[in-house]
Design a protein around this ligand. Structure first.
Ligand SMILES: Cc1cc2nc3c(=O)[nH]c(=O)nc-3n(C[C@H](O)[C@H](O)[C@H](O)COP(=O)(O)O)c2cc1C
Length: 215
């Protein structure tokens, strides 16, 4: 079956988003290396995601126990189930993810909170947690005004890449690659150098992955 690729856009900056520019170039390379691959884009900043309100959260238990729930609660859970199934239907997920206050934008967090549902994205059994996303690949294009990537001074403030890696691992996705795009603030030469480094590392990742898939 041909490769299915999802681009999850976590920046609300549209065409001005630097992480999206790099992710789009990366995706072009992945598609060129995998004939027949299909690409879908999900912009979590404009998507109509179901809100996890109090009644919706309580309704989950009521539905599991076969109790009556309000129509809108039933509809919200149907929509959540579809969102999880949609996410899990892809082989590769590329995230454009800016750092916001050391973490990730709230719109992306809302998407993650929506789809990380027990029994849908992971299962808990006597042997521990089983992530239902096992076997998939994720690529993070991680941007930030400051260069505080892990392992550099200030890297302890990183709750962006480390959070994404921890969450992906929790749902079973351990084949995770990171393209750093930082710093995106400062003298124009520094920002252009960061863009060039990110494009080059995206290109190198595409050739590594396509070489590995031919072995
Ligand atoms: C609300 C907000 C909070 C931000 N917080 C941080 C931060 O904590 N650390 C950082 O390095 N950059 C921070 N930035 C800057 C963005 O990460 C940076 O501009 C990035 O390149 C945006 O990526 P994009 O162009 O794909 O949207 C913040 C930007 C916004 C809008």
């Amino acid at each position: 079956m041909s490769e299915r690729l999802l681009h999850v856009i976590g920046s609300p900056r549209g065409e001005r988003s630097r992480s999206v520019k790099v992710a789009e170039r990366l995706i072009e390379g992945l598609v060129a290396a995998s004939p027949g691959a299909s690409v879908e884009t999900l912009n979590v900043c404009s998507a109509q995601l179901p809100a996890l309100t109090g009644p919706v959260i309580e309704g989950r238990y009521a539905l599991i126990e076969g109790r009556e729930v309000a129509d809108e609660v039933r509809a919200a859970w149907a929509q959540i189930g579809e969102a999880v199934a949609h996410f899990l239907s892809f082989d590769t997920i590329v995230f454009s993810v800016p750092m916001w206050n050391f973490g990730i934008p709230w719109q992306l967090k809302q998407y993650i909170d929506t789809i990380t549902q027990p029994g849908m994205a992971f299962r808990v059994s006597e042997t521990g947690v089983e992530g239902l996303g096992a076997g998939k690949r994720a690529i993070l294009v991680a941007s930030g005004a400051l260069d505080i990537r892990a392992g550099t001074p200030g890297g302890e403030l990183d709750h962006q890449v480390r959070f994404m890696q921890a969450w992906l691992g929790f749902i079973g996705i351990t084949d995770v690659h990171v393209v750093h795009l930082r710093p995106t603030y400062g003298p124009p030469e520094a920002v252009e150098a960061a863009m060039a480094e990110a494009y080059a590392s995206a290109e190198a990742l595409v050739s590594d992955l396509s070489r590995a898939s031919r072995v």
